[in-house]
Design a protein around this ligand. Structure first.
Ligand code: ATR
Length: 278
């Protein structure tokens, strides 16, 4: 099998037809004039292992994996990056010429690159961060913030046990805050991150009174449908610097694209527009 001919990759998920990853990678394939393909790979949970083997047998370069396969992908891979193991899930699989599968997680990378690009010097990394939510996305965000040297992550989640579990996994710099008390730990936080699904189209909004936030705090949301969530709108009205969540999706795609197609792609305005088009 020759993996160098017509490089192929795709996104495995169930359901997966809503995924915008083919649009993301398709934009870059066109921009860089690469004769490769990136497609939806609808994969029911019971078929995941067999589907992955088919990709290996057919010479694919790899895949993104999304819900509900992120943990299974990590477990099935022959090897994994340190960050994938720390986050406990994979979103990117690289298939080597020998057919070995390497699992990576680029969500933390995407989160940080987006913040660096859009908040720049406004984001004071020396200050504690407040993270709302304790699901899979929160794991990537917390890993990213600790890697960047955050002195403290204040973590509030509706279900306290999930926050406690993350604090246990990530260590002493993660401090669990009771969900109804989140507003009381806004003072001193340099960054406020929503990782819950609140504010997503069809979901209730995140209602956090930002009055007590520092004027210099940056607010960011990993939800990007809508682009300006009620939380980000409230933060902007409060005068805070805001960073929407679309860039996290765009930047998390870069390492996979680079590995599969051989170019480190750029996130540009054309890409943002393409992703937001109906
Ligand atoms: P993901 O992997 O995308 O992070 P998830 O694991 O389903 O998704 O996590 C969703 C997050 O949104 C959780 O933190 C969840 O809180 P619980 O752990 O208490 O379920 C949070 N969330 C969802 N609906 C919420 C609501 N109505 N109020 C508060 N938090 C909510």
């Amino acid at each position: 099998m020759n993996r160098s001919e017509l490089p192929r990759a795709g996104v495995m998920g169930w359901p997966v037809k809503h995924s915008r990853s083919p649009r993301l990678h398709g934009y870059w394939l066109k921009k860089y004039g690469i004769a490769g393909s990136y497609t939806h790979v609808p994969t029911p949970p019971e078929d995941f292992a067999a589907a992955l083997k088919r990709l290996v047998d057919e010479g694919w370069r790899g895949a993104n994996v999304t819900i509900p396969h992120k943990e299974a992908a990590l477990a099935l891979a022959d090897e994994a990056t340190e960050r994938a193991r720390a986050i406990g899930a994979a979103n990117t699989l690289l298939i080597g010429d020998d057919g070995r599968i390497r699992a990576d997680n680029t969500d933390a990378f995407g989160f940080i690159e987006n913040l660096k690009e859009l908040a720049g010097a406004c984001w004071d990394r020396e200050k504690p961060a407040l993270v709302l939510g304790a699901g899979g996305a929160a794991r990537a965000v917390i890993h990213a913030l600790l890697e960047e040297g955050a002195p403290e992550v204040r973590l509030a989640n509706r279900t306290a046990a999930r926050a406690e579990a993350l604090a246990e996994a990530f260590g002493a710099r993660v401090r669990v805050i009771d969900w109804p008390m989140a507003e009381t730990v806004l003072p001193g936080a340099g960054l406020i991150v929503n990782t819950t699904s609140l504010g997503m189209a069809g979901q209730p909004p995140l209602t956090l009174d930002l009055l007590g936030a520092d004027d210099a705090a940056v607010a960011t949301d990993i939800v990007y449908t809508p682009l300006i969530t009620p939380f980000l709108a409230a933060a902007a009205a409060r005068g805070l610097k805001t960073v929407d969540g679309l860039g996290m999706l765009l930047h998390q795609g870069r390492p996979g694209f680079a590995a599969w197609f051989g170019v480190d792609p750029k996130v540009d305005e054309g890409l943002r527009a393409a992703m937001l088009a109906p």
